[in-house]
Design a protein. Structure first.
Length: 271
């Protein structure tokens, strides 16, 4: 670590409040890939005014950002979330200029060690490719006829789809009507599957890339949700009958996976 890194890391760690740039298109931290180093970085600021100036500059590039206040007691959770979305660097504006700080040198988060049958600790590669794809796809006022943008989106989507097929997912089940203790190995229990509806009244089944995304969704302390781990090939058989598909990370990127698309991807995965 260089002397500059040590000084700036201590400055960042000493803040009582900082401000982060979030993408309005994903409701997640705005992630950018450095063109020279290929680091995946997010932008944090010591001063709210500088964060808002940064957001205004990006708005002119048709990249809508919002400034989120993060207080001291929220910082560890924020940093942990960055590990889970594949970020490895912070672009920290100290009030005068940016310093580029490796995330692992700012805070070390112990990753859960999975064993057979355990829930996935993260799907960082999938999260990162979803964020990049949806940040670009949902940008306002973009020409659908732009060949360069279409090529870029196609490449991003292909990478994301490959990660979708490789991933394992967290699925919620409602055990509030199960008599006695819930036993995941026992058939015939009265379990229910939660669902959400969009503005048109269409039904989607929530799905999660990791436990952090599930916890963002599970805000009702009275709900009796359990979670199970499902590989990609198990998604179609687990989809409730009247659902049009899944919504992956509904409290985050909200990626819609239609039944027909899942079927096509499943057949592709078997080839």
């Amino acid at each position: 670590m260089t002397a500059d890194h040590r000084f700036m890391i201590k400055r960042l760690q000493g803040l009582e409040t900082m401000f982060a740039s979030f993408a309005q298109t994903t409701r997640m931290p705005y992630v950018e890939c450095d063109g020279d180093t290929y680091d995946d970085q997010v932008y944090v600021f010591a001063e709210e005014e500088e964060a808002k100036k940064w957001a205004k500059a990006y708005e002119e590039k048709k990249i809508p950002l919002t400034t989120v206040r993060i207080d001291k007691e929220q910082m560890l959770m924020f940093y942990s979330s960055l590990y889970l979305i594949g970020v490895n660097r912070l672009a920290f504006h100290n009030g005068a200029e940016f310093s580029y700080l490796p995330l692992e040198q700012v805070v070390t988060v112990r990753r859960p060690e999975g064993d057979k049958g355990s829930l996935p600790g993260d799907n960082a590669t999938l999260q990162l490719t979803m964020i990049y794809f949806l940040q670009e796809l949902r940008r306002p006022d973009q020409s659908p006829e732009d060949p360069e943008r279409r090529r870029r989106l196609q490449e991003m989507e292909q990478e994301m789809m490959a990660n979708l097929i490789r991933a394992k997912y967290v699925m919620a089940i409602d055990v509030s009507k199960v008599e006695g203790e819930f036993d995941p190995k026992k058939a015939g229990q009265n379990i229910q599957i939660p669902y959400v509806k969009n503005g048109e009244g269409e039904v989607f089944q929530p799905l999660f890339s990791d436990m952090w995304e599930f916890q963002k969704f599970n805000k009702n302390k009275e709900s009796k949700f359990r979670v199970v781990m499902v590989p990609f090939k198990g998604l179609l058989p687990s989809l409730i009958k009247n659902a049009k598909g899944y919504i992956l990370n509904p409290a985050g990127v909200g990626l819609v996976l239609l039944r027909e698309r899942l079927d096509a991807l499943s057949r592709q995965a078997e080839e």
